[in-house]
Design a protein around this ligand. Structure first.
Ligand SMILES: Nc1ncnc2c1ncn2[C@@H]1O[C@H](COP(=O)(O)OP(=O)(O)OP(=O)(O)O)[C@@H](O)[C@H]1O
Length: 605
């Protein structure tokens, strides 16, 4: 006998609302229905294992079938099935109230993106693509009758006895005319591939099992070889270069989390590599937007995180405040730091070889997470211009003797471009100083952080001061020029240079040093960098021209010649242009006139 009834929910007809709001995400209906089917098979397995079900389990499986002519999609399982009473309880009440709650939430927050993908719509999502949904089901309990339920998404349903020999449930979607794209097998396969690839029960489509029910993250690390991890990486990211190394996450207290995180080869292009971590809940793909679950700096990693404890049905802001999400964050950070520390200890050569790929990520982590800093400070590496790697501590020991200034401040020198800043690097090295290479996008922030964290330490770019001032020592240099001669020399240069952004000064330096050095003070460059990055309340700095210091070496023979020469100005200008040239700062008309002047001078000699 057929029974008709009304589903008791508050909202009259939630179907059009859901259909409209979830337009872009219609495809998740398949994820929801297939995971329900998987759940049903897992439930029967559990009942069997505890002796509540004594019948034959058979081969547990979920089947998806498309019938283009009948315009149906059918999801079948041989799970626990439902009685008519259970349909009323679980589908009419739970599924529909879940959907009602969804709509209420949507109305509250008004932000579609916050909810989509975060909220399992459950059974009701079938109505996003179907005009009518049928359930034909037979419970595992022998004495019960199979049932047939039909509903068009409104609050009315019909339930009648059915003919079904075997245990389990068929959910039949009569696809709506505006959703016929889902009758294309290719489309269905793509969706299954996205969401169901690692479901724990075989899922069959067109005669093929489309999933890998035992992905490696569900296994014990001791069962796995390096090859297994690498193979799995290729399965996830078919076109990628092999990963550098990986971490197998496996924790069941105080929260449940498994997964594998891979360190990819990142180099400097890290923007491209985001959103490569996939979030699963009990092997069901949820999203690859893991922003709130994984610490920001770990977004560069690839791989899988699987946790039933991540609340998927709440909005973003709530997720950030959620305590298990916070714990997961902390756990992942710790695991990653421990893994890096372990590789560093066990195989320093491998660590150094991979440093270029991991440095951005380690530095980013140190900058954004204090706990990570505390661990990483022991393995973060500094590389000098001759390619040698040091830890912070090792480097300190290495340069301490030579690079302390008169105030006992340790000065670390660095270059952002060893090629362009070659003249300065060489000058520093001739002094017996060591120069670090800090040339990645993140290094300007990293430098700031080191200064904050390391005691009595400053970092200076090699071209920010003349060599004597980079690391100021107590010994004063004698000048071969008298004060008046120095004044004269200054005037000659000022007139020859004729640029108010070039601050000329004359200072005694070693005769072996360059006759003239152009420097951009460290503080100046940093403030400009900051204002360019939009911070620090120094917006006005960004538009200001650079103000350089031009230091004339009073002890260099060339400058003694400049003072005495007939064409003082020409000689001074020539020296200045050469200094510009060595800094890659000479171009256009200035370069042309320099070349012309050089030929002139050569012709005269
Ligand atoms: N294929 C099925 N076999 C047996 N029972 C099912 C099946 N599909 C749904 N159910 C029952 O209907 C209930 C409601 O399903 P629905 O998908 O709406 O919610 P849910 O699975 O509990 O939660 P979620 O929102 O995570 O999907 C399920 O809890 C289950 O008891």
């Amino acid at each position: 006998m057929e029974e008709r009834g009304n589903i008791s929910i508050h909202t009259e007809n939630i179907f059009p609302i859901i259909k409209k709001f979830l337009y872009s995400d219609h495809e998740i209906f398949l994820r929801e229905l297939v995971s329900n089917a998987v759940d049903a098979t897992q439930k029967i397995k559990r009942l069997s294992s505890i002796g509540e079900y004594t019948g034959d389990l058979g081969e547990l499986k979920v089947t998806v079938a498309v019938d283009k002519d009948a315009k149906t999609i059918t999801i079948s399982d041989n799970g626990i099935g439902m009685t008519a009473e259970e349909i009323k309880k679980y589908i009419n009440q739970i599924a529909f109230s879940g959907a009602t709650e969804f709509v209420e939430r949507y109305k509250e927050s008004g932000d579609k993106d916050q909810i989509i993908g975060q909220f399992g719509l459950g059974f009701y999502s079938a109505f996003m693509v179907a005009e009518r949904v049928e359930i034909v089901t037979k419970s595992y309990r022998d004495e019960t009758e199979p049932a047939h339920w039909t509903c068009d998404g409104s609050t009315e349903f019909a339930i009648a006895p059915a003919h079904k020999e075997t245990r389990g449930t068929n959910v039949i979607l009569n696809v709506a005319s505006d959703s016929e794209e889902f009758l294309e097998p290719v489309r269905i396969r793509t969706i299954l591939d996205k969401y169901c690839k690692f479901l724990p029960v075989p899922v069959e489509f067109e005669g093929e099992i489309i999933n890998n029910p035992n992905p490696i993250w569900t296994k014990q690390p001791s069962e796995l070889k390096d090859e297994d991890y690498k193979e799995f990486y290729t399965e996830l990211y078919p076109m990628s270069e092999p990963p550098l190394f990986w971490i197998h996450l496996n924790v069941d207290y105080p929260f449940n989390l498994t997964g594998i995180l891979y360190f990819p080869k990142i180099k400097n292009e890290f923007e491209l590599q985001r959103n490569k971590i996939q979030l699963y809940s009990r092997q069901v793909f949820i999203t690859d937007e893991v922003k709130d679950v994984v610490p920001e700096f770990l977004m560069l990693l690839h791989g899988i995180i699987d946790s039933p404890d991540i609340p998927l049905n709440v909005s973003r802001s709530f997720l950030q405040a959620d305590s298990s999400v916070k714990k997961i964050n902390t756990y992942i950070t710790k695991k990653v730091a421990d893994k890096l520390a372990e590789i560093f200890k066990k195989d320093r050569t491998a660590f150094e070889t991979n440093w270029d790929d991991i440095s951005v990520f380690v530095k980013y982590g140190m900058l954004s997470d204090d706990k990570f800093y505390e661990k990483a400070k022991d393995f973060v590496l500094l590389q000098n211009t001759s390619g040698k790697y040091y830890t912070l501590e090792e480097y300190k020991t290495q340069v301490e003797a030579n690079q302390k200034d008169k105030n006992e401040q340790l000065v670390l020198l660095y270059t952002t471009d060893a090629d362009k800043q070659h003249a300065y690097v060489e000058a520093a090295e001739n002094r017996g100083y060591d120069v670090l290479k800090l040339d990645t996008v993140i290094d300007s922030h990293f430098i700031g952080m080191l200064e904050q964290k390391l005691e009595k330490t400053t970092l200076k770019r090699v071209d920010s001061e003349t060599i004597d001032k980079l690391i100021e020592k107590d010994e004063a240099k004698e000048s071969v020029l008298s004060d008046t001669e120095k004044e004269d020399l200054k005037k000659v240069y000022e007139e020859a240079i004729d640029n108010k952004n070039m601050m000329v000064e004359v200072a005694p330096m070693s005769p072996d040093d360059a006759p003239l050095v152009i420097t951009l003070p460290e503080f100046m460059r940093r403030m400009k960098d900051m204002s360019r990055a939009g911070g620090g309340g120094m917006m006005f700095m960004g538009d200001m021209p650079d103000t350089y210091n031009v230091t004339i070496n009073a002890n260099h023979p060339l400058n003694q010649r400049v003072l005495k020469a007939e064409e003082k100005g020409k000689l001074a200008r020539q020296a200045f242009d050469l200094a510009l040239l060595s800094q890659n700062m000479l171009s256009g008309a200035a370069l042309t006139s320099f070349v012309k002047r050089s030929f002139d001078l050569m012709t005269k000699e």
